[in-house]
Design a protein. Sequence first.
Length: 213
Amino acid sequence: MSAEEKAAPGPMAARFRGFLPVVVDVETGGFNARTDALLEIAAVTLRINAEGRLEPEATHACHVEPFPGANLEPKALAFTGIDPWHPFRLAKPEREALQQVLLPIRRAVREAGCNRAILVGHNPLFDLGFLNAAVERSGIKRNPFHPFSSFDTATLGAVFFGQTVLARIAAAAGIAWDEGAAHSAIYDAERTAEIFCQVVNLWDTRARTPGRD
């Protein structure tokens, strides 16, 4: 398949109205997407397996150098435990980091026969806001994500499990949670992906069950 070819619409496109759900988590130097640094980004692509169940496919992630003039709030850094200038982070400039994460997502959208990616996140307006601001700063023209629509696992957690905190949703869903590993973009994105897949699969199983209440 060439870089511009798109596969025929597959089960993912049919299930989510032409969208490819991609789970995203970011870690940042504050709460303001315009002024505060993007420090980590992780994205988990999803697929529908041979049994028709949604599952994580691949994780794409990068540590990010603060953009020039970025604000770094001490309280935010204390919460995440990130040292933006630690040499072992192997962080990349913002544009390079985004390209590393977005390129395989664009490829996954094409291969699934979808039109766009849609961000799945835990309170995703935060993650989508930082992603959009970084894409704009970097001058990237081909952002694969829908600019404002998203799927929220906080809402889904409240509906399915009566919980809205990510760790508590994971516990209710029977998903192992390591508090020491939490608040890294990769860890949080991968646990969020597990939760989202479990919710979708529970719903689809119920929808296919004859004679359900």
